[in-house]
Ligand binder design. Structure first.
Ligand code: PLP
Length: 384
């Protein structure tokens, strides 16, 4: 009964969302803070003052949302934790300044960056060309490769868990394919600098797509948005799910030159021409218009991450220094599975992957100070 295509599907397994007990959730890299009060007000106002908008189709081009996203990027430089906040006003840190104005035609929004990524795979990766992927990166990329019947060429990580950039570039050239990776990468939390990425772009084929997934950039990475004026093959994917406290809203976006955005729009219009619902558009616009709130949230998460890493060091745990809202952590004498289980017993969920190579680790999402304090108490009890 099922198609041949169907046999190639190997679906992504998300972090568990248990219903049996209330856990402190540090397993899915969600933001521990609620959306800004202005987002909550905008959603209430949407339903109260104009419920007819639920009966009518939303703006298919999400124009107001795209303008709001572009404006937020111009105001923050695309790294929320670094931006200087003064009351409601926000300014990028010097090194994050974008040397041109991001315009709404450089933005595409979709139903979470997962949907956006799937359109990117459809538009830019050919099934005849082996797609180069780092061995450890966002585990949805190989899932999409299977979905679209694209073979992959998996490049092992370097000893220190960083991307083997030279090998990735070499193989992409050899295979005549584009490139995709997350920066900062997951689940390592390691970031390449903008200059590293500029060098990669200079060495790669300008006629091949170069995708950088910046899901975690706001917590301490360097955005490559400033490189967009120089490299027309660069496509950046970002999301509201992590730094914009909006995983439940399902909003992800692309920043790229208008020509690339147009290709993705064509894919969308060939599948479902109304992907972002009216409530998500409203909430997203309100979020983008209040960057000061989200800068504070990202800064708090980044500070809590540094605190946590200090704790790990003092307590003799091993970890990979992270620029994101999570840390990959390992106890030198207790298995990852056991660490996960002990912490869960204390009512806290972290993520354990049974994948070979990282099975000794757990990935801990950074929560509020109170949540991290509870986690530290639990971790202190774990001894080999
Ligand atoms: C969380 C995550 C996403 C998915 O984000 P959604 O917008 O919630 O679909 C994409 N890429 C990476 C690297 C992520 O960690």
């Amino acid at each position: 009964m099922i198609s041949d295509r169907m046999k190639n599907l190997h679906p992504y397994v998300p972090g568990e969302q248990p219903k049996d007990r209330v856990y402190i959730k540090l397993n899915a890299n969600e933001n521990p803070y609620p959306p800004s009060p202005t987002v909550q007000a905008a959603v209430i106002d949407f339903v109260k003052t104009n419920p007819m908008r639920l009966a009518l189709y939303p703006d298919p081009d999400s124009l107001e949302l795209h303008a709001a996203v572009a404006d937020m990027l111009n105001r923050t430089g695309g790294v929320l934790c670094n931006a200087k906040v003064n009351g409601d006003s926000v300014e990028p840190m010097e090194k994050d300044l974008i040397p041109f104005t991001v315009t709404p035609d450089m933005i595409y929004t979709g139903n979470g960056s997962d949907e956006v990524l799937s359109f990117v795979f459809y538009a830019f990766f050919d099934s005849g060309k082996k797609l180069v992927l780092p061995e450890f990166t966002y585990s949805f990329y190989p899932v999409y490769a299977g979905f679209y019947n694209i073979e992959t060429d998996v490049v092992p990580m370097k000893e220190d868990w960083s991307l083997d950039v030279q090998n990735m570039l070499y193989r992409a050239k050899k295979n005549g394919s584009g490139l995709i990776f997350a920066n900062p990468n997951a689940p390592s939390g390691i970031a390449l600098s903008r200059n590293d990425i500029r060098k990669m772009l200079e060495q790669s084929d300008p006629d091949q797509i170069f995708v950088v997934d910046e899901a975690y950039c706001d917590f301490g990475g360097e955005s490559c948005i400033p490189l967009l004026s120089e490299f027309k093959n660069l496509l950046i994917v970002r999301t509201f799910s992590k730094s914009l406290c909006g995983a439940g809203m399902r909003l992800g976006y692309i920043v790229a030159c208008p020509e690339l955005v147009q290709y993705i729009t064509t894919v969308k219009n060939s599948l479902n021409h109304f992907p972002i619902d009216a409530v998500a558009q409203t909430a997203g616009i309100a979020a983008c218009r209040n960057p000061a709130y989200y800068c504070e949230c990202a800064r708090k998460v980044a500070e809590e991450r540094e605190e946590f890493q200090k704790f790990l060091k003092d307590e003799g745990w091993e970890y990979i220094p992270s620029k994101t809202n999570f840390v990959l952590v390992r106890n030198p004498s207790v298995s990852g599975e056991e660490v996960y289980r002990c912490i869960k017993e204390d009512g806290i969920l972290v993520r354990h992957f049974s994948t070979k190579g990282i099975e000794d680790y757990v990935r801990v999402t950074i929560g509020t100070k109170e949540q991290m304090d509870a986690l530290k108490v639990s971790m202190k009890k774990i001894k080999g």
